[in-house]
Design a protein around this ligand. Structure first.
Ligand code: ATP
Ligand code: MG
Length: 415
């Protein structure tokens, strides 16, 4: 990608009405645009990062048997009335609207009802189970406060997977597999060292659910953590009974602010009972299907990473989700040979599959570097009169500023 053709521009100033660090940085770097409170558009750089996050999640969901689907945003009230969740007093984040003929419809905030209803046409026998449909789908939630940028949006993409199992035992086995997949996901995303599987309230269906909480000052949740024992407990369920269950004492735990980047939730037969989704067991009897739900917010993850892996100069992306692998910067000072060499390197790298953002603009070096720091691509490669004279390129790591001189083959083998 030639930066001279990239339509987004970086900004020195954050928008006045933006209070969260993640949105401020992402807006300044041209990754997202704020449409209104809690509503953000993804621009080319931001979409590349979002897509990479979703691809990492997708790969893990496929590896545990997930089958990708895409359900609708528009929701008919009938199925939600059956589960009791159409009521605004039960679900307080509904966006509802009407067809021209006055029929009410909802904008989906989650998909248990729709999917359970849909599966009645596909599941009838024990041979049809277990199954694990999932999707990346836009949810609408009328969040009361939306001041945390991408971390609490009113319109956002969620990866939601739902498990449909024959028994509690079969459900539990998958639940643990999915928990392990989540740990792998947050590891690849570069936040594994501060993300904890966290005991949280499980509503009426089971004693606990599990949240995946990333420790951050920007977090809206409070958790109690033992790094040593790798145990974390959400404040909501932090009491003597839980401590006894987990065989841990108060003085082993530290209070931290954290961001819920994902969660997994036992649903038991709440939705299959309400909507009448059953299967015929081997002995001929009809049995209810045991369900679970498993969410991750790719946008919230992106906001979290922007929040915790940034510095005073800007964003610092992990290699796995950076919009590009390399930020190639030419400092030609109208030197045609430098320009030619930068062009040649851009073509060579691109042809060998390296994703390069190439700053080919006629802009001062200082400005290019400052913008590059803000955008946060992991490796910066500089082509200048100085590097040309040495027959090498200058390589600067965004993470720690470490710089060295490399030749082309070293560059190609690194990425
Ligand atoms: P919270 O308690 O933070 O509101 P939740 O319990 O409502 O989260 P779920 O309904 O289980 O969350 O959604 C699954 C995942 O979707 C969350 O773990 C989070 O990553 C993401 N998510 C939830 N709400 C939002 C939001 N308003 N903006 C962005 N991502 C969200
Ligand atoms: Mg919520």
């Amino acid at each position: 990608m030639r930066q001279s053709t990239l339509f987004t521009k970086t900004r020195k100033e954050a928008p006045k009405d933006e209070v969260s660090k993640n949105a401020e940085l992402l807006i300044r770097a041209g990754f997202i645009n704020k449409e209104m409170a809690g509503v953000y558009s993804y621009l080319p750089l931001g979409l590349r990062t979002l897509n990479k996050i979703m691809e990492i999640i997708r790969r893990e969901m496929e590896s545990i048997g997930g089958q990708e689907t895409l359900l609708t945003t528009l929701q008919a009230p009938e199925v939600w009335k059956k589960s009791g969740r159409w009521d605004d007093k039960v679900v307080d984040v509904w966006f509802k609207t009407k067809l021209l003929n006055e029929t009410e419809v909802g904008l989906a905030n989650t998909h248990e009802e729709a999917l359970t209803q849909l599966l009645k046409s596909h599941i009838s026998s024990h041979k049809d189970l277990p199954i694990y449909p999932y999707q990346f789908q836009t949810k609408f939630r009328n969040e009361l406060r939306s001041k945390s940028g991408l971390m609490r949006a009113r319109e956002f993409i969620m990866k939601d997977l739902y498990s449909f199992s024959k028994s509690e035992e079969e459900f539990r086995a998958f639940y643990e597999e999915c928990a392990a997949a989540y740990i792998r996901i947050f590891g690849v995303l570069g936040i594994g060292d501060r993300t904890y599987r966290t005991f949280a309230s499980g509503g009426s269906f089971s004693k606990y659910s599990d949240e995946f909480q990333t420790v951050s000052e920007a977090g809206e949740d409070i958790i109690y953590v033992s790094k040593e024992k790798n145990i974390a407990i959400n404040k909501e369920v932090y009491n003597d009974e839980v401590l006894a269950d987990l065989k841990i004492s108060k003085d082993e735990l530290e209070e931290k602010k954290a961001i819920e980047v994902g969660n997994i939730f036992p649903l038991s037969t709440k939705f299959s009972d309400a909507l009448g989704l059953t299967y015929k067991d081997e002995d001929g009897s009809q049995k209810p299907i045991v369900m679970g739900s498993y969410g991750i917010g790719p946008g919230r993850v992106m906001g979290t990473i922007a929040e915790i892996l940034s510095d005073e100069k800007g964003l610092v992306w992990p290699e796995t989700i950076a919009p590009y692998d390399i930020h190639l910067i030419e400092i030609s000072n109208v030197n045609e040979d430098v320009k030619k060499e930068a062009e040649r390197l851009y073509t060579t790298l691109s042809e060998s599959g390296v994703e390069v953002l190439y700053d080919d603009r006629e802009v001062r070096a200082g400005e290019k570097f400052a913008e590059s720091d803000l955008i946060g691509i992991p490796i910066r490669i500089i082509v200048s009169e100085k590097t040309l004279a040495e027959g090498k390129y200058e390589r600067v790591m965004r993470k720690d500023g470490a710089a060295d001189m490399v030749n082309e083959s070293a560059l190609l083998s690194q990425t």
